[in-house]
Every structure is written in structure tokens, then in C-alpha cells.
Ligand binder design. Structure first.
Ligand code: HEM
Ligand code: HEM
Length: 221
């Protein structure tokens, strides 16, 4: 039977995150600018605004992981060491409705690295043009350390993202389509008896995102 797996917010979160990260990669540390109708827009300013957008996305995803639809709740997919070991021994033995125990770790690491990336961004100083909105609240040594973390840690994020995409490709080779549900929200499950996960309208997730965007841009924009 076909069930609704990922609600609109989770899907929107995922693909907006992918687009925003491409933009952040392109604009981070880029000293270039573009001219739109005679207005000069520095890439690093675009980077700042996109970084705040990702901060709001990730914070909302964390809230949605507690109060959102069942498949996206952390309690539905974060597992203990025993389940993780069992999964690693035989990844394809059991069908998992939501993220499998190994994938769950990758999801948590990605969210953690993204949060750290966005927060350290607030304390950066490129020593040329841009100073993060919270850089003046800490010492110069801290600013230097956080800027250096911000530049380096993106590579860790890229490694985890590569792992994420390779895992999805491996599942595709095993004829398990994970990408379809992340686009349409719907998943074909084999077990007729499997319970239907409780859904909360994704619109509520976007509402929380809007509230987060307002205070984040107001405070740090
Ligand atoms: C910038 C690159 C990417 C990042 C940062 C990223 C991040 C994430 C995160 C955080 C999740 C967890 C979703 C949630 O529970 O909210 C996820 C799941 C997922 N992502 Fe990505 N993703 C990226 C690229 C991609 C690409 C290119 C694809 C498609 C080929 C993809 C396909 C999926 C799928 C299918 C899932 C669900 C996996 C499952 O069923 O357990 N992702 N991704
Ligand atoms: C998740 C969000 C973010 C990601 C993924 C990200 C990613 C990056 C990347 C890839 C670079 C280039 C690193 C390099 O040159 O090797 C960079 C540089 C930079 N980012 Fe971000 N960034 C994010 C958020 C932010 C935020 C919110 C701010 C400021 C408010 C910011 C400010 C900067 C600055 C100033 C640089 C240049 C540092 C320098 O060259 O000295 N970033 N970022």
C-alpha cells in the first residue's frame, strides 16, 4: 500500500536546504559582487542572508523533530547502539519506514554541522569587508578561531553530504527508492499491516519557519 511518509515541511526543508547550500558554497569567501539595476550586491552579503536562512531552516527542523509528523520525529528514528550495530551488520535485512538507524546518525551529524556552521558564521571576520553580526561581542582571538572553524568545517559537511548521497545511490542500486518519497511524500510499503504514521500538516512547519525567519533577520540580518 502507499502511505504518506514525509510531510510538506520536511520535503520543503530538504530541497530548500540543498539550494541554499549551493548558494552558500558559491558566495562564501567570494569577494565578487553583482550589479542589479545599478545596485551593487556583494556576494558575502548574500552569503550572510542565506546563512541566516539556513539557521532558521535547521532550528525549525529541530522543533519539527519534536512536535511534527511522526516519521520526521527524532523519537521515530534515533536508535540506540544495539539497533545501529544490527543495522550495520545487515543494512538491508529490515525495512525501515523512516530513516534507518545508520542514516539517522548521518542526519543528526548533518544538522549539527549545519547549526555549527551557521552559528560560527555570526562571529566571522574576513578582515577585508565583512564582519559577522555577533563578532563584536567576543574577543579577537575568538573571532579568529571561529572564522577558521567556519572555513574548515565546511569540508567536514561536504564529506558527510557525499556519504549521504552515496548511501542513497547504494539503496537505489538495491532497487530501494528513497528519493521518490522525499519528492512526493508518498512511499510504497510492502506490509499491509504496517501502521499509518500520524501526520501534522506541513503548513504548521512553514508557519514556525516564518516566525523563526522574522526574529532571526530582525536580530541578525
Ligand atoms: C546539500 C546536500 C544535501 C543535504 C545537506 C541533505 C540533507 C539531508 C537531511 C538533513 C536529511 C534528513 C531529512 C529530515 O529528516 O528532515 C536528508 C534526507 C534525505 N535526502 Fe538529503 N541532503 C542533501 C542532498 C541530497 C540529494 C542530492 C538527494 C538526492 C539524490 C538527497 C536525498 C535524500 C533522501 C532520499 C532523504 C531521505 C532518506 C531516508 O529515506 O532516510 N539529499 N537529507
Ligand atoms: C550553514 C550556513 C553557512 C554555510 C554552509 C557557510 C559556508 C561557508 C563557506 C563554504 C565559506 C568559504 C570558506 C573558505 O573560504 O574556505 C564561508 C566563508 C564565510 N562565511 Fe559562511 N557559511 C554559512 C553561514 C554564514 C553566516 C550566517 C555568516 C555571517 C553572518 C557567514 C560568513 C562568512 C564569512 C565572513 C566568510 C569568509 C571568511 C573569510 O574568508 O575569512 N557564513 N562560509
Amino acid at each position: 500500500m502507499v502511505i504518506k511518509l514525509w510531510d510538506g515541511f520536511i520535503r520543503g526543508f530538504h530541497w530548500l536546504l540543498v539550494l541554499a547550500l549551493i548558494g552558500l558554497w558559491f558566495t562564501g569567501g567570494n569577494l565578487d559582487y553583482i550589479e542589479v539595476f545599478g545596485v551593487f550586491i556583494e556576494f558575502i552579503d548574500v552569503h550572510h542572508k542565506l546563512g541566516l536562512f539556513v539557521l532558521a531552516l535547521v532550528l525549525t527542523r529541530i522543533i519539527w523533530g519534536i512536535i511534527g509528523s511522526q516519521p520526521g520525529r527524532f523519537s521515530s528514528f534515533v536508535r540506540g547502539p544495539k539497533a545501529i550495530l544490527m543495522y550495520l551488520r545487515n543494512p538491508f535485512q529490515k525495512e525501515h519506514l523512516t530513516h534507518n538507524p545508520g542514516g539517522a546518525i548521518v542526519v543528526l551529524v548533518m544538522l549539527g554541522l549545519l547549526l555549527a556552521q551557521a552559528i560560527t558564521g555570526l562571529f566571522t571576520d574576513d578582515a577585508i569587508y565583512f564582519r559577522g553580526p555577533l563578532a563584536s561581542t567576543v574577543s579577537d582571538t575568538t573571532v579568529r578561531a571561529l572564522t577558521s572553524y567556519h572555513k574548515q568545517a565546511f569540508d567536514y559537511l561536504l564529506i558527510v553530504i557525499a556519504l549521504h548521497i552515496v548511501a542513497i545511490l547504494v539503496y537505489a542500486l538495491m532497487r530501494k527508492n528513497l528519493v521518490g518519497p522525499m519528492i512526493t511524500g508518498k512511499k510504497q510499503v510492502s506490509n499491509e499491516a504496517s501502521s499509518i504514521p500520524k501526520q501534522i500538516h506541513g503548513g504548521f512547519g512553514f508557519l514556525i519557519l516564518a516566525v523563526n525567519l522574522v526574529w532571526i533577520y530582525w536580530w541578525l540580518g
